[in-house]
Ligand binder design. Structure first.
Ligand SMILES: Cc1cc2nc3c(=O)[nH]c(=O)nc-3n(C[C@H](O)[C@H](O)[C@H](O)COP(=O)(O)O)c2cc1C
Length: 192
């Protein structure tokens, strides 16, 4: 199975879950503006498989706007205790509304309310403005299920390149690169 990068990801991810002190599913997400200015932030991996790697966010956030203009992204996992990193690059698409609804329903009620209260990435006059919005949202949905905000959704990065990096002594690190070719993958090594 080691010639299948998704199976290899699964194996490394399982080890990270067993060994990392927190957030083994945290990954850096890099996007760019149309003129090529990069930006990066952490998000959580919520689903993955051969079809892609999915995270959830506000589509009107900075990252959402950049992905609308240029739907390509790079992901980076760094598991410090394991001294490993995985780099993933490829095109991005929004998940369907049913998939987004299903994931939103699994979130805690407080997180659901927070998704309604946060105008993610927009300027905020004061912390108390946000807290008041949160309390208002809480009152609005009192006694009801919290629906998914329409602009809160998932984005799936379909991998075209996946690189597995392993720390080795004397900086003689190991790099295994998989590049998608048709239905399969070609595999090679890179100098560290
Ligand atoms: C460990 C970690 C996990 C995070 N996970 C998410 C996430 O899954 N979705 C999200 O929208 N923001 C997440 N954030 C916050 C983002 O890093 C970022 O602050 C926010 O999404 C706004 O980014 P933007 O202005 O570039 O759109 C996370 C932050 C950290 C440190």
């Amino acid at each position: 199975m080691s010639d299948d990068p998704i199976a290899l990801f699964d194996a490394w991810f399982a080890e990270a879950k067993a060994s990392e002190p927190n957030d083994p599913d945290a990954m850096a997400l890099a996007t760019a503006t149309p003129d090529g200015m990069p930006s990066v932030r952490m998000v959580l991996l919520k689903d993955h498989g051969p079809q892609g790697f999915t995270f959830y966010t506000n589509a009107d956030s900075r990252k959402g706007g950049e992905l609308r203009a240029d739907p390509r992204a790079a992901l980076l996992f760094h598991w410090k205790s394991l001294r490993r990193q995985i780099r993933i690059e490829g095109p991005v698409e929004e998940v369907g509304p049913d998939e987004a609804d299903a994931y939103f329903a699994t979130r805690s009620r407080d997180s659901q309310l927070g998704a309604h209260a946060s105008d993610q990435s927009r300027p905020l006059a004061s912390r108390s403005t946000f807290e008041e919005r949160y309390e208002e949202v809480k009152r609005r949905f009192e006694g009801h299920a919290v629906p998914r905000p329409e602009r809160w959704t998932g984005f799936r990065v379909t991998p075209e390149r996946i690189e597995f990096w392993t720390d080795r002594p004397h900086r003689l690190h190991e790099r295994r690169l998989f590049v998608r070719e048709g239905q399969g993958w070609t595999e090679g090594l890179l100098y560290p």
